[in-house]
Design a protein around this ligand. Structure first.
Ligand code: NAD
Length: 338
C-alpha cells in the first residue's frame, strides 16, 4: 500500500468538478451546437482530467467524458444504431506527443520496419455515416455518442457533392464515413447575411455544419452551403474486393463517386508526417475549409487490425492538432472568445 499513489481529497474534488464541467461542455457543443468555451480550453481541461485518471486509477469513472464519444442523439430525430461504432481520435498537441504515438505503435507491432502513414487534413465539421444499398444512398446518420446517431437522410440528400447514386463496380452494401463541413468563404458569407437579417450567426464553421445538419426541416439545410469529404469505409458487403491499404480504399471510394480531399497523401515514415504537418500548417489559411490539424493513419489495413481500438479511439490513428487560433481571455469574470 503506497500512500503516494492515493488521490488527495482535493484531487478527487477536482476530478469530479472536471467530469461535470466537461459533460456540460459536451452537451453545449454536441447537442446544442453552442459551445461556451474555445476548443483549446476544452482540450486543456480534458487533458487535466485524463492525467488525473491516469495517475490515480481510483478516480477513473465509466461515465467520465474521457471514456465517451460525442453527445447523445436528439429525440427529435429517428435514432440509428451504428453497426460498428463511430469513434473519436486521440490527439497529439506537439512533436513529442506525436513521437510518443509512433513509439507506442512501433513497440506494439514489434516492427523493425518503418510504418507508412496516410496523411489527411483534419476537417473541422461533423462526422456522418452514409449507407449505400445497390449504389443508392438509403440512409445518413450523425455519429451521436458513437453507438447511436441521428437519422439525417433528408438533410444529407440536399448536400450537392454527396452522390445519391454510386458509379462503377461498387459493393452491394457500402457504409461511407466522412465529414460534412462548411467551406470558410461560404461560412463568412452565411454569417454576414444572417447578421444583416437579424438571424442567429454561428461561432465557427464547425458549429455551422453541425447545426445545419441537424435541422428538422431539410429545406433549411438545403439553403446552407455544406460540403462533404469521405475519409473511411464502415461496413462493406463481401461481394467487393477491398484494397489492402487505407489510401487505396479512399481511391476506391473516389472511383465509386465519393469526393475525398485533394490533400490526402501517403508517406513512408514518421519523418514524412512532420513534413506534411509543416506543409499543411503553412498553407492552412489558404485552404478552402477550416482544419484544426492533420490526421495520421497507419496505412496498412492489416496493421490497423493488429493495433485495434481502445474505448473511444483507434490505436492506429492520431489527430495532430495545430496551435489554437482562438483563445479564452477572462476579463472581469466575463468570458470572451478572441
Ligand atoms: P476530434 O474532432 O478531435 O476527432 C475525431 C473526429 O475528427 C472524427 O469523428 C471526425 O469527425 C473528424 N475528422 C476530421 N477529419 C478526419 C479524417 N481525415 N479522418 C478521420 N476523422 C476525421 O474528436 P471529437 O470527439 O469529434 O471532438 C473532440 C474535440 O471537440 C475536442 O478535442 C475539442 O476540441 C472539441 N470540443 C469542444 C468543446 C467545447 O466546448 N468547445 C466541447 C466538446 C468537444
Amino acid at each position: 500500500f503506497d500512500d503516494a499513489s492515493q488521490a488527495s481529497p482535493e484531487q478527487e474534488r477536482r476530478a469530479a468538478y472536471l467530469r461535470d464541467l466537461l459533460t456540460r461542455y459536451n452537451r453545449e457543443y454536441y447537442e446544442l451546437d453552442e459551445p461556451s468555451v474555445p476548443d483549446a480550453e476544452y482540450d486543456r481541461l480534458f487533458r487535466e482530467l485524463q492525467q488525473l485518471e491516469q495517475d490515480y486509477p481510483e478516480l477513473w469513472h465509466p461515465d467520465s467524458p474521457t471514456q465517451k464519444v460525442g453527445g447523445q442523439a436528439l429525440d427529435a430525430f429517428t435514432q440509428v444504431e451504428h453497426e460498428t461504432p463511430m469513434l473519436s481520435l486521440d490527439n497529439a498537441f506537439s512533436e513529442e506527443e506525436f513521437n510518443a504515438f509512433v513509439k507506442k505503435i512501433t513497440e506494439r507491432l514489434d516492427s523493425a520496419n518503418d510504418i507508412a502513414f496516410c496523411c489527411e487534413p483534419k476537417l473541422d465539421g461533423a462526422a456522418v455515416s452514409l449507407l449505400y444499398e445497390k449504389g443508392v444512398l438509403v440512409r445518413a446518420a450523425t455519429r451521436g455518442d458513437g453507438q447511436t446517431g441521428e437519422d439525417i437522410t433528408a438533410n444529407v440528400r440536399t448536400i450537392r457533392n454527396v452522390p445519391l447514386q454510386l458509379v462503377e463496380d461498387f459493393p452491394v452494401r457500402l457504409e461511407v464515413r466522412g465529414e460534412v463541413f462548411m467551406p470558410t468563404h461560404a461560412f463568412e458569407q452565411y454569417n454576414q447575411k444572417a447578421a444583416a437579417a437579424g438571424e442567429k450567426t454561428f461561432a465557427n464553421p464547425r458549429n455551422a455544419a453541425a447545426g445545419s445538419l441537424r435541422q428538422l426541416d431539410s429545406r433549411i439545410t438545403a439553403r446552407r452551403p455544406l460540403h462533404f469529404y469521405a475519409y473511411s469505409m464502415g461496413v462493406v458487403s463481401e461481394d467487393s474486393e477491398l484494397a489492402p491499404t487505407h489510401f487505396e480504399r479512399l481511391q476506391q471510394l473516389q472511383r465509386w463517386g465519393l469526393p475525398i480531399s485533394e490533400e490526402i497523401t501517403v508517406v513512408e515514415k514518421a519523418t514524412g508526417c512532420y513534413t506534411y504537418y509543416q506543409d499543411i500548417l503553412q498553407r492552412r489559411e489558404n485552404l478552402r475549409y477550416e482544419i484544426d490539424g492533420i490526421v495520421l493513419k497507419v496505412n496498412s489495413i492489416a496493421l490497423q487490425n493488429d493495433l485495434g481500438f481502445v474505448s473511444r479511439a483507434p490505436r492506429w490513428a492520431i489527430a495532430w492538432k495545430f496551435p489554437a487560433q482562438e483563445e479564452l481571455t477572462i476579463i472581469r469574470g466575463v468570458d470572451f472568445q478572441v
